[in-house]
Design a protein around this ligand. Structure first.
Ligand code: VGL
Ligand code: ZN
Length: 217
């Protein structure tokens, strides 16, 4: 196995490890909690660690309840098709809080996304209008980051869009597969891996990572 050597300037992007995406949450990702111990271990080995947090207004445009529709169907909003979800990750609620087992004290930046009432944001870089930026690319550029390693929930939505937009922003992007879990709505997981592959997003397992510089716990 060819190992991938992690350098101090590589960034770990930890996507949406929040109560609502874990067991008992409003939009629980199957087996979502399982990534927490691995993410905790990985985060100790990266010099740059960013957490993302899905952070919606009450009555958000991505909520089925807002439109009087059933969850998991798609509708067209001003910026294009939008899957409608159960109410989740409402700003300030316990559902929006990080999973209590997430133990990443070295995280330096938290990107909240999806806080505009009329626009969703799966991506940690650009909102679903494909125009409004979160500032993450600028932050990473100012920290001289070139390579991103993406983990978290859900593989086929926020991990996928974050990885794709990381490529658009010019980063080398790798998704660490065993540190992610997917929702898999109508084949979305397979589609996500295909789209990421087409965009040049790399895919690896955590065992392929070699940590050259060991950081303090
Ligand atoms: C997500 C659906 C809605 C995610 C966020 O974190 O993947 N999925 N909001
Ligand atoms: Zn959301």
């Amino acid at each position: 196995m060819t190992m991938i050597e992690i350098a101090p300037a590589d960034a770990l992007i930890v996507v949406d490890i929040q109560n609502d995406f874990c067991a008992g949450g409003a939009l629980a990702v199957p087996d979502g909690d399982a990534v927490v111990p691995l993410v905790n271990r990985l985060a100790r080995q990266f010099g740059v660690v960013v957490l993302t947090q899905d952070w919606h207004t009450p009555g958000h445009a991505s909520f089925a309840s807002t439109h009087g529709c059933a969850p998991f169907q798609a509708i067209n909003l001003s910026y294009g098709p939008q899957v409608l979800w159960p109410d989740h990750c409402v700003m300030g609620t316990s559902g929006a809080a990080f999973h209590p087992g997430l133990d990443v004290p070295s995280a330096q930046m938290i990107v909240r996304k999806g806080f505009h009432p009329a626009v969703d944001s799966y991506s940690a870089f650009v909102e679903a209008d494909h125009a409004t930026k979160t500032g993450l690319a600028g932050y990473l550029a100012e920290r001289a980051v070139e390579r991103l390693f993406v983990v978290g929930l859900a593989t086929d939505f926020c991990v996928n869009w974050t990885a794709l937009d990381g490529r658009v922003a010019g980063f080398d992007v790798t998704v660490i597969e065993d540190a992610c879990r997917g929702i898999d709505l109508d084949g979305s997981l397979e589609r996500a891996w295909r789209d990421m592959g087409t965009a040049g997003v790399r895919r690896c397992g955590s065992q392929e990572l070699a940590f050259v510089v060991s950081l303090p716990d």
